[in-house]
Design a protein around this ligand. Structure first.
Ligand code: NAD
Length: 355
């Protein structure tokens, strides 16, 4: 009520702990994702009191959207899409968890990184998509901008010191700072240790470990200079905690990120920089699709058996983790306001690995 929430929102409150979660309600309504778990009761379904698109000739949210007749701002477009009033938009704005935060996400033209970029933009962040191909990055940024978010792209090979420094500098210059780094770019190489080429070992470690170091250093420099803290998040893996055959450099690199995150947590604390690692189980992205036939060949089993008996065997329900699962966790970690949550790894894997 203190936020001026419309009455219909206040009626919707049956969260498991009984508390009002207006922000979550608005977010769920915005993304139109399936309501489940704590939200599956009748109260949660009341969340859709107005689903019709209002044919407004021009935006009514004059407070935020001026001028908006020719080029509506993201907020304005969302308000239209949601068909909500200016007062309600006010609430929507207040509940965005990353409102006006500036985030650089490596490897965000595809898979997990791309979903994080989309989710961050929905939460009000300005995102920079940093990936090998500028065209792919620009295409991903264009999709976000068309949907009403704010995104730009830079070409960045995370193993290249000059490209990393220049990509971070371009982001800072374009948007006036850097609040969040998601060090996500990654590759996979499937091979037994005895057959692994030294060049492949070095190539994988360069992307995951050198890339994490170079982006971290550039981001920390920008964050320290701006004196407003920040959040650095590494894309680890269940393989930051567990080992699997045929993945020696990947397991080594992902374990290494835990150490780097802990050092960043200690060195960054004085400047308000937090650092955490997300550790997903298997997520069906191009990186995983590629390794299913490769593992089948190496292990002499079918692709279905790779999925069932290798990838999902230890999960509690035989389910893949989704890009959305990982992105929601990234929002939570990026938005966490204090150093209380730093130097940690959080596993999101359907129970494959339990800490
Ligand atoms: P993906 O292949 O869909 O995306 C990886 C992205 O990284 C691509 O856009 C690629 O162009 C980019 N990239 C690769 N090398 C790069 C470089 N040198 N510089 C800049 N960008 C580069 O894969 P994904 O599954 O989304 O993987 C993203 C991250 O998540 C990786 O670090 C991966 O190890 C990690 N991860 C994935 C899974 C999974 O099951 N998919 C599980 C745990 C962790």
């Amino acid at each position: 009520a203190a936020l001026g929430a419309p009455a219909y929102l206040l009626k919707i409150m049956p969260h498991v702990d009984g508390s009002l979660r207006i922000c979550e309600l608005v977010r769920y309504r915005m993304t139109e994702i399936n309501l489940k778990g704590a939200w599956s009761g009748p109260g949660a379904l009341d969340l859709h009191p107005r689903t019709r698109w209002r044919r407004w000739p021009r935006c009514r949210c004059s407070r935020w959207c001026r001028p908006c007749t020719s080029s509506p701002t993201p907020r304005c477009r969302w308000a239209r899409w949601l068909s909500i009033t200016s007062a309600e938009t006010n609430l929507l704005e207040l509940t965005m968890q990353l409102k006006d935060k500036i985030a650089l996400i490596t490897g965000a033209a595809s898979g997990i990184g791309n979903e994080i970029a989309v989710e961050f933009a929905r939460e009000g962040a300005k995102v920079c998509i940093a990936d090998l191909s500028l065209e792919a990055g620009q295409a991903a940024a264009a999709k976000i901008n068309q949907a009403g978010g704010r995104a730009m792209a830079v070409a960045m090979n995370v193993t290249d010191e000059a490209q990393v420094d220049s990509g971070v500098a371009k982001t800072v210059q374009a948007w006036g700072g850097l609040d969040v780094l998601i060090s996500n770019a990654g590759i996979q190489i499937i091979s037994s240790l005895v057959e692994l080429k030294f060049a492949d070992w070095k190539r994988l470690l360069a992307v995951h470990v050198d890339g994490a170091f170079l982006t971290t250093r550039a981001a920390m420099r920008a964050m320290i200079a701006a004196k407003r803290g920040g959040s650095i998040i590494y894309m680890g893996s269940v393989h930051s905690h567990e080992a699997s055959p045929l993945k020696a450099p990947y397991v080594t690199a992902k374990h290494g990120l835990l150490g780097l995150a802990k050092v960043v947590a200690k060195e960054g604390a004085a400047a308000g920089i937090r650092s955490n690692v997300i550790c997903p189980g298997f997520v069906r992205t191009p990186l995983v699709e590629k390794q299913i036939p490769e593992q089948a060949k190496e292990l002499h089993i079918s692709e279905a058996e790779v999925v069932r008996n290798v990838m999902l065997k230890e999960t509690v329900d035989g389910e893949f983790t989704t890009t959305q699962d990982v992105a929601r966790l990234a929002v939570f970690l990026a938005a966490f306001p204090t150093n209380a949550l730093t130097g940690q790894s959080v596993v999101v894997s359907h129970g494959w690995f339990m800490q």
